[in-house]
Design a protein around this ligand. Structure first.
Ligand code: ADP
Length: 507
């Protein structure tokens, strides 16, 4: 059912496609793994960076607040009036928006009054803190709330004072977050989220960005978080997807190339097989074609030799048959020899200005006998004013003979042959038309190929070598012209040989 070449192609396809698919699958799996591990690595790096950023923010914040408290401590210890010194310390600390100094009993030392309802927020904190760790450690330590920070300071006199201050959000953003995070080199976006999850600071707009992870601050900013976002196009998954697409595309192209290669090989192999078959047909056909005229010549020769033919008219007829058959034999041999010369590129043409009408008439003359014998109605239409044309007369005569030979060979019931010559569009057009079997349109291109015979012409029962039309085309092209066919099954054929009037002088 399957031809050997088809089987070979299928095996080759499988042999290549199966390993290619395995390679592609492994490649795909490794890309997926790489995707997973790169995502992990990416997150780890993001976490490291976030932790580092948190530490940096806390360090700067603590340093700033320590500096403020130092100044405040200095103000409390100053000999000057406390209020003035405190106001001075406050002025140098933009981070602190408002400050209250309170005794442990809840007495407000600075400023004179509470503002904007701060008392309600701060007093409970103080009450809580005086029982808490501030008291225990006795150390100066900032206890930060969401807004309010507390620190215990000890005055020179020994009495501790609680400093409660409210941070200035704008200063926090500018002095702390911007300083700590602004200069960090990272493809991701860092943002500080407050205890309610609002972005207090971000290095770039985060509206379209995707959150990766967040790290919480410790005591300095309780419940605040540093969040890491990634921009849509920096996502590692997207990069991997691009890689996967690239890989898939490359694999697809590879597969396509392989398939195209196999198809090309298969076609080539099929062509070669076909050519080998055509060649063997050719040998068989040529041998047969040579044998027929030879046996006729021999039979007629022997008859004459034996002197059986006494009638002079009959003898002449026999001589004519022998001459005609030997001409046919030479034509056949010429065809084969010329064909082999053309194939090996050794064919040369002897060009000369040639009168067209005598060439046509002498070529037709050689077919007188078969034409008459088959009852052909022959019509020759040569335009009267044809110029001489630059050509190899033998070659063009041979091409013409091949066309006439075919017209006779592939004739049907209606036997008519028309040979015409005229100038069309500046070229000599010699047409050989018959009313024979005709040729289907899809065969028109192929019949000019070497060794090609329609349906191997077996069904038509006509012998032939399959090189006749190939030769006609070679000859036409060598003259810078061409040959075309106009034909339909059952309606006869018209072959037109067109040669440039001036010819190709380099031929
Ligand atoms: P062949 O030796 O078979 O005649 P050709 O190259 O001369 O080889 O022709 C190729 C094929 O074209 C032929 O086998 C025949 O089928 C077809 N053919 C050529 N001339 C004619 C024609 N005048 N009418 C019908 N078929 C033709």
């Amino acid at each position: 059912m399957w031809s050997p070449s088809a089987r070979f192609s299928l095996l080759a396809l499988l042999g290549i496609a199966v390993p290619a698919t395995i390679v592609a699958t492994l490649g795909y799996i490794s890309i997926r793994q790489w995707e997973a591990s790169s995502e992990l690595l990416y997150r780890e790096q993001a976490r490291d960076m976030a932790s580092m950023a948190v530490a940096k923010v806390e360090m700067i914040l603590r340093r700033e607040e320590d500096a403020f408290l130092d100044r405040l401590q200095g103000a409390l210890d100053a000999d000057r009036r406390t209020a003035e010194a405190v106001a001075e310390a406050l002025a140098r600390s933009p981070l602190v928006r408002r400050l209250y100094l309170v005794t442990r009993r809840g007495e407000l030392l600075y400023p004179k009054t509470w503002s904007e309802g701060d008392a309600g927020v701060i007093a409970p904190l103080i009450a809580e803190a005086t029982q808490g760790k501030l008291e225990r450690g006795g150390k100066r330590e900032v206890v930060a709330g969401h807004r309010v920070c507390l620190a215990l300071l000890v005055r020179r006199g020994g009495e501790p004072v609680l400093a409660a201050f409210i941070r200035d959000p704008e200063a926090l953003r500018r002095e702390i977050f911007e300083t700590a995070l602004g200069a960090l080199e990272s493809p991701t976006i860092l943002a500080v989220l407050d205890h309610e999850g609002r972005a207090v600071y971000s290095r770039a707009p985060i509206a379209d960005a995707q959150p990766i992870l967040s790290v919480t601050f410790r005591e300095t900013l309780p419940d605040w978080r540093l969040a890491v976002y990634q921009t849509a196009d920096a996502a590692p998954r997207r990069a991997v997807r691009r890689q996967v697409m690239l890989f898939t595309g490359a694999y697809g192209v590879l597969l396509l190339v392989i398939v195209a290669g196999i198809v090309a090989t298969w076609r080539l192999a099929r062509r070669e097989t076909e050519m080998a078959r055509l060649k063997s047909d050719f040998v068989a056909n040529v041998s047969h074609d040579l044998k027929t005229p030879l046996s006729v010549i021999r039979m007629f020769g022997e008859t004459l030799d034996m002197g059986r033919m006494t009638d002079e008219g009959g003898r002449r007829e026999y001589y004519r048959v022998i001459t005609r058959e030997s001409e046919r034999l030479s034509r056949l041999i010429d065809n084969v020899l010329d064909f082999s010369r053309i194939e090996s590129g050794r064919q040369t043409y002897r060009m000369a200005a040639t009168a067209v009408e005598p060439l046509i008439r002498s070529t037709l003359e050689a077919f007188d006998y078969p034409l008459v014998q088959h009852g052909f109605k022959v019509d020759v239409q040569v335009a009267p004013d044809l110029p001489e044309v630059w050509m190899d007369a033998d070659a063009v005569g041979q091409a013409l003979a091949n066309l006439i030979d075919n017209a006779i060979k592939y004739s049907g019931d209606e036997r008519a042959l028309t040979v015409s010559a005229r100038v069309v569009d500046g070229r000599l057009a010699i047409a050989v038309a018959d009313r024979g079997l005709g040729i289907a349109a899809h065969e028109h291109a192929r019949i000019f190929e070497k060794f090609y015979r329609v349906g191997r012409s077996d069904t038509q029962g006509r012998r032939g070598s399959g090189v006749g039309l190939a030769l006609v085309r070679h000859i036409a092209e060598a003259h810078g012209g061409d040959v075309t066919v106009d034909s339909a099954p059952g309606e006869g054929s018209r072959f037109t040989l067109r040669l440039p009037l001036a010819g190709r002088r380099d031929g």
